[in-house]
Design a binder for this molecule. Structure first.
Ligand SMILES: Nc1ncnc2c1ncn2[C@@H]1O[C@H](COP(=O)(O)OP(=O)(O)OP(=O)(O)O)[C@@H](O)[C@H]1O
Length: 668
C-alpha cells in the first residue's frame, strides 16, 4: 500500500493526481471527487493514482509482449534467412526412413540422453479409437524383438556432408493432447512419439539441395535394409481402409516353390516382360491399359501365397495383401485401391470365397437357392462381405483404377468365378498349382536337407556326401504317388524328420499308406455331407413350395383368384427361366457342360409356362400335393434321414424320387 502511495505521490508531483485534475474529472464524472476523498481517507490512495498505475502496468506488459513477439519474429526471420527447411508429414514413409537413419547413424554413436525406445506396438482394435501404423518384423525369430532407439520430441543436431543439420520432431494432435497435463515441461519430457508426428529437416545454408541429398541417403539406407526382406502391407478393412500394417518377411526364393518348371519360367518371363520400361510405352502408344492380372488357382496348400511372396521378392516389389472376404463393401475396396502405389504387387486372396454378387446381398429380394447352398461352405467373414462383382471389377480395371501394378488373385475354386472376372484384361494368365509331382518331391527333399553354412549339420547327415543325398532324394520321390499329396502335406512330413533324411526315406511308405487312408476317409465324409446337404436343400425347397401353394389356396374361391394365381405362377416361371438363361450363358462362356441338375431345373421352370391347365386340374393337383405333404409316408422317412445325416442310400433315392414327383405336382 505504501509503495502504491509513494507511486501516487510521485504522480501528484507530476500533476496527474492534483486538485485541478480531480476538479476536471468531477466535471465529466459527477461524484468522482467524493469517491476520491473516500478512497484517500479509507485506503490512503487516490483514485486518480490508482487508475494511472493500472494504465501504466498494462502498457508495460503489452510493451514486454510486443518486445517478445518482435524478438521472435527477428529470430525466425534470421532462421529463415540462414537455413533451408523441408518438412515431412507424419504418415509419409520417408518420415520413418529419416528416423531410422538417425537411429542407426547418429543416435547410436552419440551419447544423447533423451531418446524414444521402440519394440513392438501392442494394439487392441477393440478399444483403440484411432489406428496407428504397425510394423512387424518376421525376420527376428528371437523371443524378444530388439529395441530400436529413435529421436524423441524436440531437436536433434548433427553434421552430414560437412553441413549442420537439425531435425525437429514436432508434437501434434493426440500427443499434444495427451501431454497437456505436463504443463510447461519441455516437449521431450512430456511423452513418447506415437510415430505419426511430422518432421522438420533444417540445414544451415540457403539451399535445399543438401537436404534433398540427405533424404535420398535415408531412402537408400532403407532400401538396403529391406533387401533381405519382402515388405508386405496389409489392412484390417473392417476398421479403417488403409494399408496400415507392414510386415517384413524373410526373402523367399522362387526355387523353393515347387511346381511345373515350364509354367514357372513362363510366368517369370511374363512378369519380366511386363515390368520392362519399353512395355509401358508399347501399351500406352496402342491405347492398351497397362495392367497385368494373374489367377493362381488350385487346392489349399499348393503354394499360391508362397509363389506370390517369391515373385514379390524376385522383382523387388512390395506386396499389398488383401483377404477379399474380409472386405465389407465396395467403398472400402475402392479406398484401399486408390491408395496403392503405382508399382507393386496386389495379392487378392480367396476371390472365390465371397461368391461375388452382381448386386449387394442386402438389395436382393430373395437369394437364389443354389447360391444359398454355395454360401454354406464359406466362412463367417464371407457372409459379412457385401462387395459386388461390379465393385470388384471396377477396382481391377475401371476408369479410376491405376495402371502399372500387377494383380495376383488366388482361388481354391476357379470354376466358381464369374466369367467377367477371369476374362483377359483382368486375368491375363491362369496358373494352376496342383498336388506335388514326383520331381517336385525330389526337389523338396533336397531343399529340406541342403547344407546351411550358418547352422550346425543335423545329426543324421554327418558324413553324408552330396551324391548320397541325391540318391536318397530320388528314392524318396519314387515312393510318393504322383499328384496325390499337396506340397504342404509333404513339407509337413519332411519337417517331422528334418534331422535325418535316411529316417525320412525309411518311413515314407508307411506315411503314404496312412495319409491315403486318412484322405479316403475324409473324402467319404465329404461325399456323405454333400449328399445330406443336397437332401436338406431339396426338402427346404419342397417345404417352401408347399407353403406357397397352401397360401395361394387360402383365397382360392373365385375365377379372379385363379387368374391371379396363374399370373403369379407365370411370373415365377419367367423369373426362374431368366436366372437359368443367365447361368447357362455364364457356363457356356467357361466352356462347361451343363449339369443334369440344371436341365432338370430348367424343365421344371419352363414346363408350366408352355402348358395352360384348366382350373380344375390346377386345384386338384394342388390339393393332391397338400395331402401328400401332410400324410405321405416319405415325410417321416425324410425326417429320419435328416436326423441320421442321410446314411441310408436306398431310402435316400426313394425320398428323392418322391420329392421330385411332388415338385412336379406343384408346378403343373
Ligand atoms: N508348391 C510348393 N512348393 C513349396 N512349398 C509349398 C508349396 N505349396 C505349399 N508349400 C508350403 O506349404 C505351406 C502353405 O503354402 P501356401 O500358403 O503358399 O499355400 P496356398 O496354396 O496359398 O494355401 P491356401 O489356398 O490355403 O491359402 C507353406 O509353408 C509352403 O512353404
Amino acid at each position: 500500500m505504501d509503495s502504491l502511495n509513494a507511486f501516487a505521490n510521485t504522480l501528484s508531483l507530476l500533476g496527474l493526481g492534483s486538485e485541478s485534475s480531480v476538479d476536471a474529472l468531477e466535471k465529466t464524472l459527477p461524484g468522482f471527487k467524493f469517491l476520491n476523498t473516500f478512497f484517500r481517507s479509507w485506503f490512503r490512495v487516490t483514485l486518480t493514482g490508482l487508475f494511472t498505475f493500472v494504465a501504466l502496468a498494462g502498457a508495460l506488459s503489452s510493451g514486454v509482449n510486443s518486445l517478445r513477439d518482435g524478438a521472435s519474429k527477428i529470430y525466425w526471420q534470421t532462421v529463415r534467412y540462414i537455413t533451408a527447411t523441408i518438412s515431412i508429414a507424419g504418415n509419409d514413409r520417408l518420415n520413418r526412413e529419416v528416423l531410422n537413419w538417425l537411429g542407426a547413424h547418429i543416435l547410436s554413436k552419440r551419447s544423447t540422453r533423451v531418446l524414444t525406445a521402440n519394440s513392438e506396438p501392442l494394439q487392441s482394435d477393440a478399444w483403440s479409437y484411432r489406428r496407428v501404423n504397425t510394423e512387424r518384423n518376421d525376420y527376428h525369430h528371437e523371443k524378444r524383438i530388439p529395441v530400436q532407439y529413435l529421436p524423441t520430441f524436440g531437436s536433434t543436431w548433427f553434421i552430414y556432408a560437412r553441413r549442420i543439420f537439425m531435425i525437429k520432431r514436432i508434437m501434434t494432435g493426440s500427443t499434444r493432447w495427451h501431454s497437456a497435463s505436463w504443463g510447461s515441461a519441455p516437449e521431450e519430457f512430456r511423452g513418447a512419439p506415437e510415430g505419426d508426428e511430422p518432421l522438420l529437416v533444417m540445414c544451415l545454408g540457403r539451399s535445399v539441395e543438401p537436404i534433398k541429398l540427405f533424404l535420398e541417403e535415408c531412402r537408400n539406407f532403407a532400401d538396403k535394409q529391406r533387401e533381405a526382406y519382402i515388405t508386405v502391407r496389409t489392412s484390417k478393412p473392417q476398421y479403417d481402409p488403409s494399408w496400415d500394417t507392414t510386415i517384413l518377411r524373410p526373402l523367399r526364393s522362387l526355387e523353393t516353390v515347387h511346381f511345373d518348371e515350364k509354367i514357372k519360367q513362363e510366368l517369370v518371363s511374363d512378369i519380366q516382360n511386363y515390368l520392362d520400361s519399353n512395355t509401358r510405352k508399347f501399351y500406352n502408344k496402342r491405347g492398351i491399359p497397362y495392367r497385368r492380372g494373374f489367377l493362381l488357382h488350385g487346392p489349399p496348400g499348393t503354394g499360391k501365397t508362397s509363389l506370390s511372396l517369391a515373385l514379390a521378392g524376385m522383382f523387388g516389389l512390395e506386396l499389398y495383401l488383401l483377404h477379399v472376404p474380409s472386405v465389407r463393401e465396395d467403398g472400402t475396396l475402392e479406398k484401399l485401391f486408390t491408395t496403392l502405389p503405382r508399382r507393386c504387387i496386389v495379392l487378392l486372396e480367396d476371390v472365390d470365397a465371397i461368391g461375388l454378387r452382381r448386386t449387394p446381398a442386402k438389395y436382393e429380394d430373395e437369394k437364389d437357392e443354389d447360391e444359398d447352398d454355395d454360401d454354406s461352405d464359406s466362412d463367417s467373414e464371407s457372409r459379412h462381405s457385401n462387395i459386388t462383382l461390379a465393385g470388384f471389377l471396377n477396382v481391377l480395371d475401371g476408369v479410376a483404377s491405376q495402371e502399372g501394378r500387377i494383380v495376383l488373385m488366388t482361388s481354391n475354386h476357379a470354376d466358381k468365378l464369374d466369367s467377367a472376372l477371369v476374362r483377359p484384361g483382368r486375368v491375363d494368365r491362369m496358373v494352376y498349382l496342383g498336388n506335388i509331382s514326383q520331381r517336385s518331391s525330389e526337389l523338396m527333399f533336397l531343399r529340406m536337407y541342403s547344407k546351411d553354412p550358418d547352422a550346425p549339420l543335423p545329426a543324421g547327415m554327418v558324413g553324408m556326401t552330396e551324391e548320397e543325398l541325391k540318391r536318397l532324394a530320388l528314392e524318396f520321390s519314387q515312393q510318393i504317388p504322383q499328384d496325390i499329396f499337396t506340397p504342404a502335406q509333404l513339407q509337413g512330413y519332411l519337417l517331422n524328420h528334418r534331422e535325418s533324411p535316411v529316417e525320412a526315406l525309411a518311413q515314407v511308405s508307411s506315411w503314404v499308406k496312412e495319409e491315403m487312408a486318412i484322405m479316403e476317409a475324409a473324402n467319404e465324409r465329404a461325399r456323405k455331407a454333400a449328399e445330406g446337404k443336397k437332401r436338406r436343400k431339396q426338402k427346404k425347397k419342397k417345404k417352401k413350395q408347399l407353403e406357397k401353394a397352401a397360401k395361394d389356396l387360402e383365397g382360392f374361391d373365385s375365377d379372379e383368384a385363379l387368374e391371379e394365381l396363374k399370373k403369379k405362377m407365370e411370373e415365377e416361371t419367367e423369373k426362374n427361366s431368366k436366372k437359368l438363361r443367365e447361368k447357362r450363358e455364364g457356363d457356356k462362356k467357361r466352356g462347361q457342360d451343363e449339369t443334369t441338375v440344371e436341365n432338370t431345373v430348367e424343365k421344371e421352370a419352363t414346363e408350366p409356362s408352355t402348358e395352360k391347365k384348366s382350373k380344375d386340374e390346377v386345384v386338384s393337383n394342388r390339393i393332391a400335393v397338400s395331402n401328400a405333404s401332410v400324410e405321405g409316408p416319405d415325410k417321416e422317412q425324410e425326417d429320419k434321414e435328416v436326423q441320421t445325416g442321410g446314411q441310408t442310400p436306398a431310402a435316400d433315392s426313394g425320398s428323392e424320387e418322391k420329392s421330385s414327383e411332388n415338385t412336379n405336382g406343384i408346378q403343373n
